[in-house]
Design a protein around this ligand. Sequence first.
Ligand SMILES: [Zn+2]
Length: 413
Amino acid sequence: MSEFGFKVQAELTNSQGRAGVIHTPHGEIQTPAFIPVGTKATVKSVLPEAMKELGAQALLANAYHLYLQPGPEIVDEAGGVGKFMNWPGPTYTDSGGFQVLSLGVGFKKVIAMDEQTFRSDEVIADHKERLAHVDDDGVTFKSHLDGSMHRFTPEISMQVQHQLGADIIFAFDECTTLHNTRKYQVKSLERTRLWAKRCLVEHGRLTRERSAKPYQALWGVLQGAQYEDLRRKGAKDLSELNEDGISFDGFGLGGALDKENLGTIVSWMTEELPREKPRHLLGIGEPDDLFVGVENGADTFDCVAPSRQARTSAVFTKTGRVNLTNAKFNRAFVPIQEDCDCYTCTNYTAAYLNHLFRSKEMLASTLATIHNERFIVRLVDQMRQRLIAGDFHEFKKEFLGSFYSSNLKRSLA
Ligand SMILES: [Zn+2]
């Protein structure tokens, strides 16, 4: 156990926000921190050395994808996901629950709610075949690669994640959508609690069986959708679970979250959680959401958005997101962002990236991804510094005022 730990270093007054440090067998993570996503054990188009150079402290891979390809036994034989991909620092894997269940219904992590949103437990995105079925024991799903049938249970998710060997792994949970009925959410929350217990038991067994391997920390995943009583109950239940002396080392704040109430929902959970255990806000990476998450006590974050958007030529600047293929950049012989310290902005111009994207060169993705990942990693690092310095709220106001100023102008017009 001594290989994993968390220390709080500074706290915000009047909210759950804090700065701290997570210790793992592969190094420390200074929090709050943004954890870039390498879904299939690679951050698309970027070398691990470049990820390190841009300040990534840890990477998050996906259990569902690595289970299907190349298979967890191959990653295990390679010495775990970090060694396999030549990333010496800390690693996370998510349980596969979200991916597997999102095969079942078309849902997004953050949904802008409106009064008209209808509630149903059988919501399927238009023209989408239902590829997953949940029961009390687990989830049966169809591979998106070849249509073959597979089954994840809490035990199988633990076995797969132990083979993948990340420092921080997540319990298998049922991720619901904001469209499910309350009745379904109640039932699902209990199912997630029972699955969490089974994850702890299997994790304990595997930890003993694989005692020669570096310690893997298991974090429970909290659900409860948009309901205060369910969010609080879920957080309390999972933080109290103890199976033969084994309890969760940290917590994933999961499920569908309604953007409007993100901070409130996160605070319902963090108010119930033990202060001395770290929390990860799953799948969140938009600048405004990151501020709200940090302010309400989330310690780490992951999101595919910075790299996914970069590959479509959308990059972050201090005054908002811009599209590099826009004609106005073809003679912009300046960096994407004047004071950005990333490799791309240090060495290349927006005009050059405009050219690379327009001519569909592979280097375009690499350079844009480096910039976007650096932008978000640095933003969260700055939140940490300003939280410690005691002027987090000033920084939030200053950054968001500038970043969303063009949206604001547009909405006022
Ligand atoms: Zn840059």
